[in-house]
Design a protein around this ligand. Structure first.
Ligand code: BF8
Ligand code: SF4
Length: 630
């Protein structure tokens, strides 16, 4: 079979063998059946936007159909498809944020959802000019939540969080007219403008895409992160473990998969309920073991140290162990194949969101108004399923790694405070970080994020790029499935400092951090954007002046496309290890990898060879340093 498909983890390989023996189909089988992808789709030149089509135009000039029936060129078709990917990604992140804002709106002192970080709420209230004096904290929360909910559809003005950006960045956005107005509005504008017979100009579509993407980064995603911290606590460093070896043979294993912490937080609470723990013992288990997967896994590991079962690529493999009583999901990145695969074992596949019903799954709708009760019902299902395990189908790989997680911006700054002489400098700033970057002790920083994709070897891109960068004194911050790859490879443990260059090693020791910092889920890329912007502001420069890069070695989702575009529009270069479906348009490729730089100070770099990509990052970082050192 394709050597690229061979996993980095030897134990993943063992599970794939187990699947073969048991006649269970996995994504690896389907990848083979799928053969080579459609060349037109891969290049982005297939248009299905109206019923005169589908039209597929030739990606080669002068050969084959040059225009769709309406006359749309390859440039138009590619740019329209790309813009729609941004809109879909923005919709997903932002709808997640909307749910969290609604949860904050129903938070109450005696309810299931309370306010965990009052200080953060008060800071936000002040930022948004909500009066706080003499007011009940829950009244403040509700008012702030309502303002956030209005960010989705307000008729006038631009998004509030944009004000957090460095001054020169805001000027660029103003000049380009890409300050998003309201989150839903930007998504709707893309859907309208890409409707048959609207925008055909590729540059205009890329431009619109940036504005919509910014509504994700500085809107939906930032609301998602801020509100989750206020409701569930701002993460602090904590220890955990990662990889399928965290599953326990003698315990009830519940796999938490999906995205919104409003569900997973309640499952964490329910799993500690004395009655349910008692029930678990009654059915013969030693306890209840939660294991996280994908971004929900990141949310609960950041705030509770819940162990990480694995990333995107491993969702089927986790079921193959035969010890998972229930896979509980809400939205996003869930394989529909979890239905047939859980059917081969005793595992219950439980969907909870009306936004993501999956054929064949058990749907237990999660009711936020009775959140804990709903969560308890779901956990009970898992416990009662323990007796149905098939003993001859059990195989848990032993592999797992120690990981330190929980690096919110606040937590990073707190670590930095360790080296501040408080008689000279104030505590609570990014000054130590700015100092070591300016001095060149750290050459720069990289945000390595995103998914797994069977177009690449599992985790290989993440791990190799991370190793190369830290060895070259580039500190790495990470989220999403990339963060889980890092955790499994031991790179988020403080021990990993030994793999770092001398400068980074010294920094890790002084401030007591690992060289790769787990900053959370994909919406938490807003934490990275915040950290970069705070550093730029502190140094009196713009984001694009800093030796900072964004990297998605194995991305696959539309959310990732939205992220890539807001990171670029925020002034940070973006390196992609998987080519987006734009190569059928030289115009769009030129825009993204070249001309956007004149507009935003950053651009895309694309290469399927992740080590080559890493070399390009280092070159780019040194280029930026030259200007910084001037
Ligand atoms: O939002 S990194 S596979 S889990 S899309 Fe999905 Fe990609 Fe994982 Fe979270 Ni992000
Ligand atoms: Fe074809 Fe144009 Fe319709 Fe697209 S919008 S399907 S290119 S006719």
């Amino acid at each position: 079979s394709d050597t690229k498909m061979v996993s980095l983890d030897a134990m993943d390989e063992q599970l794939i063998q187990k699947a073969k023996q048991e006649g269970v189909e996995t994504m690896w089988d389907r990848k083979v059946t799928m053969k080579a992808p459609c060349g037109f789709g891969e290049k982005g030149v297939c248009c299905r936007i109206c019923a005169m089509g589908p039209c597929r135009v030739s990606p080669v000039e002068g050969k084959g159909a040059q225009r769709g029936i309406c006359g749309a060129t390859a440039d138009t078709i590619v740019a329209r498809n790309f813009a729609r990917m941004i809109a879909a990604g923005t919709a997903a992140h932002s709808d997640h944020a909307r749910e969290i804002a609604h949860v904050m709106h129903l938070a109450s002192k005696d309810g299931n959802y309370t306010i965990k970080d009052e200080k953060k709420l008060l800071r936000l209230a002040e930022e948004w000019e909500v009066k706080t004096e003499g007011k009940d904290i829950y009244d403040i929360a509700h008012e702030v939540a309502e303002i956030a909910l209005n960010e989705f559809g307000k008729p006038f003005g631009t998004l509030r969080f944009l004000e957090r950006a460095p001054e020169p960045r805001k000027k660029i956005w103003e000049k380009l007219k890409i300050k998003p107005r309201a989150i839903d509005r930007e998504i709707a504008t893309i859907m309208h403008s890409t409707h048959m017979g609207c925008t055909s100009d590729a540059e205009s579509l890329i431009h619109m895409g940036m504005r919509t993407a910014l509504a994700d980064g500085w809107g939906g995603s930032m609301i998602g992160t801020e509100f989750s911290d206020i409701l569930f606590g701002t993460p602090v460093p904590r220890e955990t473990e990662a990889n399928l070896g965290v599953l326990e043979e003698k315990q009830i294993n519940i796999l938490l998969h999906g995205h919104e912490p409003s569900l997973s937080e309640m499952i964490v609470m329910a799993s500690q309920d004395p009655e349910l723990v008692k029930l678990a013992h009654e059915v013969g288990a030693e306890g209840i073991n939660l294991a996280g997967m994908c971004c929900t896994g990141n949310e609960v590991t950041m705030r509770h140290g819940v162990k990480i079962a694995g990333n995107f690529y491993q969702q089927e493999l986790a079921v193959l162990t035969g010890v998972v009583e229930a896979v509980i999901v809400d939205v996003q990145c869930i394989f529909p194949s979890l239905t047939p695969i859980t059917d081969c074992y005793h595992t219950k596949f439980i969907t909870t969101s009306p936004k993501a019903k999956i054929t064949g799954a058990t749907h237990i709708e999660f009711n936020e108004e009775k959140a804990l009760e709903s969560a308890k019902g779901i956990v009970r299902e898992a416990i009662e399923n323990f007796k149905n395990r098939k003993q001859d189908k059990i195989f848990i790989p032993k592999t797992k790694a120690q990981a330190t997680v929980g690096y919110s911006v606040e937590a990073v700054i707190k670590q930095l405070d360790r080296v501040v002489n408080s008689q000279i400098d104030p505590l609570g700033t990014v000054k130590p970080l700015a100092d070591v970057i300016k001095a060149g002790v750290l050459r720069g920083a990289a945000g390595i994020v995103g998914c797994n994709n069977p177009k690449t070897q599992h985790d290989y891109g993440h791990i190799e790029v991370m190793k190369k960068l830290i060895a070259n004194d580039v500190i790495v911050v990470t989220t999403g499935c990339a963060a889980q790859a890092a955790a499994k490879a031991g790179l988020t443990s403080k021990d990993a400092a030994k793999l770092a260059g001398k400068g980074l090693q010294a920094v890790c020791e002084l401030v007591d951090i690992p060289p790769v910092l787990h900053m959370g889920s994909c919406v938490d890329i807003s934490r990275i954007i915040t950290l970069v912007s705070e550093t730029a502001k502190f140094m009196g420069v713009d984001n694009c002046d800093l030796p900072v890069v964004g990297v998605a070695p194995e991305w696959m989702s539309e959310k990732a496309v939205a992220i890539g575009n807001y990171v670029m529009a925020s002034g940070i270069d973006v390196f992609l290890g998987v080519l987006p479906p734009v190569t059928g348009s030289p115009e769009v490729v030129d825009l993204l990898t070249n001309r956007v730089e004149e507009m935003t100070g950053a651009k895309f770099f694309m290469d399927e060879d992740s080590l080559k990509l890493a070399d390009m990052m280092l070159v780019r970082i040194e280029e930026k340093r030259k200007n910084l050192e001037k």
